[in-house]
Write a protein that binds this ligand. Sequence first.
Ligand code: SF4
Length: 221
Amino acid sequence: MTDTLRISEVFLSIQGEGPSAGTPAHFVRLQGCDVGCRWCDTKYSWEFGGGREATPAAVIDEALALGAAPLLVVTGGEPLEHPGIAALLERGLAGWPRVEVETSGVAPPPLSHARLAWNVSPKLPAATGRWADTWRHTAAWLAEPNATFKIVVGDPPDPDDARRLVAEHRLPSGRVMLMPEGLTDEAVRRHALALAELCLREGFRLSPRLHVWMWGVRRGV
Ligand code: SF4
């Protein structure tokens, strides 16, 4: 059954990152990722056999039962590694005014829609040995008008690598957000202060990490 998904968790919270930060949102976290970022804050979502199996219809019903929100965020894990992702997004678009997908970009966009936004987070070399795989489909993502490139940046050499890769892939600065790496408020703040100067110079936006600020690292937020 190709439309079956493996679900890590479904919850209602505040979108903490990216262009919709601060928006109440339903979250569907899909299970499974082999990108292997060393600073990943959801390592419990890596194992492809973990979580539970569900159909897209059941997942949507489960999310809607939690209450109302104007945004559905499909995250992971790596959502694009699920054969059922397109079916889930189509159902999501029928139930929410806006749907966002958090992806590393290891695969090209599986569908396009005016109310479907992509938060694409290609990785820097210090994050994972698979970093180049996450830049491979950049041209296809650039062709998606609703794709924002949200790059996690920590200590040097990350800032220089981010600036170099953005230039090499010709990402327009207005479509780039730099997000400070960190699993604690102190680390996020330290990296954000360093990134502010780079954003001012290059015209990038700075993404908050509201969930780390409010709740620290824990599941279901
Ligand atoms: S791509 Fe996302 S889920 Fe996968 S390891 Fe990296 S941060 Fe974690």
